[in-house]
Design a binder for this molecule. Structure first.
Ligand SMILES: NC(=O)c1ccc[n+]([C@@H]2O[C@H](COP(=O)([O-])OP(=O)(O)OC[C@H]3O[C@@H](n4cnc5c(N)ncnc54)[C@H](O)[C@@H]3O)[C@@H](O)[C@H]2O)c1
Length: 184
C-alpha cells in the first residue's frame, strides 16, 4: 500500500514537473530568456592553453569576466593570458595545473581561493574613494562584497564571522602583497 502511494506521488510529481517544463519552454520560445550577465563573474577555464579553452577565454574576455586559466602547458596558458588582455580582459590569472592529478588540482585551488577577495586595481579603488567623497557617503566598502560580510558580522557569532573571513582569505589577503610593479 505504502509503495503504491509512493509510486502515485512520484507520478504526480513527474507529471507536474513535465507540465511546468513544457510551459516554461513555450514561454521562452515566445519571450527570449534574458542572457546572463557574466561581467565581473569569475570564469575558470581548464585547458585554456589552446583550442576550445583559448577560444572560450577570448569570448569571456570580451564579456568582461574575471578569468582564471588552468593548463598543463605554461607557455600556451600565458599566450592565452596575453591574448585575453588584448581582447579587453583586465583581470586574468594563469596557473599551471595538471588536471589529471587530484593533488595538483587541490594545490592550484589553494592558490586560487584567496582570489575570492582579490587585490584590486588601484585605479578602480581610487575611483570608488573619490566618488564616495563627492557623494558624501558615510561608509565605503571596497570590494562591494564587504558590505555583505558586514551584514553577516552583525547577525553571526563573532567566531563564525572569523571562520567565514578566514575561509574567504580575508585574514591573510595582503600577506604576499609587496606593492605593484611600476609600469614602464
Ligand atoms: N575540438 C573539437 O572539435 C572537440 C569537440 C568535442 C570535444 N572536444 C574535447 O574538448 C577538449 C579540448 O579540445 P581542444 O580541441 O581544445 O584540444 P587542444 O589540444 O587544442 O587543447 C587542450 C588543452 O588542454 C591542455 N591539457 C591537456 N592535458 C591537460 C591536463 N592534464 N591538465 C591541464 N591541461 C591539460 C593542453 O595543454 C591544451 O592546452 C578535448 O578533451 C577534446 O576531446 C573537442
Amino acid at each position: 500500500m505504502a509503495s503504491n502511494l509512493k509510486s502515485a506521488k512520484d507520478l504526480v510529481v513527474f507529471l507536474g514537473k513535465s507540465v511546468i517544463a513544457c510551459l516554461e519552454s513555450m514561454v521562452f520560445t515566445i519571450i527570449p530568456k534574458p542572457r546572463k550577465n557574466v561581467a565581473g563573474e569569475i570564469v575558470l577555464i581548464t585547458g585554456a592553453g589552446s583550442g576550445l579553452g583559448r577560444l572560450l577565454a577570448l569570448r569571456f574576455a570580451r564579456l568582461g569576466s574575471v578569468l582564471v586559466f588552468w593548463d598543463i602547458n605554461k607557455e600556451g596558458n600565458e599566450d592565452t593570458c596575453r591574448m585575453a588582455r588584448e581582447a579587453g580582459a583586465t583581470r586574468v590569472y594563469a596557473y599551471t595545473c595538471d588536471c589529471s592529478q587530484r593533488e595538483d588540482i587541490y594545490r592550484v585551488a589553494e592558490q586560487v581561493r584567496p582570489f575570492l577577495l582579490p587585490v584590486l586595481e588601484p585605479e578602480y579603488v581610487v575611483d570608488k574613494i573619490v566618488d564616495a567623497i563627492l557623494q558624501e557617503k558615510v561608509y565605503l566598502y571596497v570590494p562591494r562584497f564587504i558590505s555583505f560580510v558586514m551584514f553577516l558580522k552583525s547577525i553571526l557569532p563573532v567566531k563564525v564571522s572569523l571562520l567565514v573571513a578566514d575561509y574567504m582569505g580575508a585574514l591573510n589577503i595582503m600577506d604576499g602583497f609587496v606593492g605593484k610593479n611600476k609600469k614602464e
